[in-house]
Design a binder for this molecule. Structure first.
Ligand SMILES: Nc1ncnc2c1ncn2[C@@H]1O[C@H](COP(=O)(O)OP(=O)(O)OP(=O)(O)O)[C@@H](O)[C@H]1O
Ligand SMILES: [Mg+2]
Length: 256
């Protein structure tokens, strides 16, 4: 069974791309077949995975210009479909009837080749986000421990409810992953985020991702933490997070 998981937060710079990359690379190293899909017009994940950026992108597949099977790049950390700046104009340029179902439709023929499909998303709550959530089994919300994050979690919950009501009744929110955790001040703010999550009945992962220079070094070197900083504490954080997530999925009757 393939599990499709999206990494979502309309707030920028909270660690969505970093989480998608490291989660996927950890799952790949455990012998799973992993596909990354970059849905962000900023193309940060495509860049961080050292993909060939001149190739056709998910935008071309969504517009029906290319067969999705022909644009999968085989990279060190897993298979990948890159993004492109044009993704941001999808909402205006796509004239088919089912904008919200388009990603689900195009990944259907390749699903069977993978154990996990990880979708990195842009910092927005748009039609694209709805299309991503419509295609996904579940989603993870990376969030920083600041006071605006609590507000953001509230907004994501409204989108989640709309998607469940109209386009994907099976969508599950796996939970909020607190990222870039630094000190006691973050500890205080995390209580606010937890309170909002609790109010919305959104789970919070016990694992917290700490602030670490190793992440910036890995990004600059276009590598995952596994290759760039195998002994770092933050890789241990991400490994613990993946273990916690897999336990959660087993609880959902999923044999991961
Ligand atoms: N735990 C961490 N410690 C230190 N730096 C981090 C950490 N997580 C992410 N960063 C850095 O913060 C910046 C933003 O991270 P990232 O790109 O993963 O966030 P994002 O949510 O995907 O951003 P965007 O919304 O722009 O797509 C990057 O420069 C990244 O290297
Ligand atoms: Mg990103």
């Amino acid at each position: 069974m393939t599990r499709i998981v999206a990494v979502i937060n309309q707030k920028g710079g909270v660690g969505k791309t970093t989480t998608a990359l490291n989660m996927g690379s950890i799952l790949k190293r455990r012998g799973n077949r992993v596909l990354f899909i970059d849905m962000d017009p900023q193309c940060n994940l495509s860049y961080a995975m050292n993909a060939f950026l001149e190739d056709k992108s998910i935008y071309d597949a969504m517009m029906g210009n290319v067969d999705i099977k022909n644009i999968i790049q085989r990279l060190h950390d897993g298979d990948m479909i890159i993004s492109n700046g044009n993704v941001s104009s999808y909402e205006l340029k796509f004239h088919g009837e089912s904008k919200e179902y388009r990603i689900k439709e195009i990944i259907e023929p390749i699903k069977e080749y993978y154990d996990y499909i990880i979708i990195d998303s842009p910092p927005a709550l748009s039609v694209l986000t709805i299309a991503i959530l419509t295609a996904s089994d579940s989603f993870i919300i990376p969030a920083n421990c600041d006071s605006f994050s609590a507000q953001g979690v509230d907004q994501i919950n409204s989108t989640f409810e709309a998607v469940r009501a109209y386009t994907n009744s099976k969508l599950v929110c796996d939970g909020v992953l607190l990222t870039r955790f630094l000190n006691e001040f973050d500890q205080d703010n995390s209580i606010k985020v937890k309170a909002v999550a609790h109010k919305n009945r959104i789970p919070i992962f016990d694992t917290v991702i700490h602030e670490s220079i190793a992440i910036k070094q890995a990004n600059a070197n276009k590598k995952s933490l596994y290759d760039c900083a195998p002994d770092s504490k933050v890789l241990k954080d991400y490994t613990d997070f993946v273990d916690e997530w897999l336990r959660l999925k087993r609880g959902d009757n999923y044999n991961g």
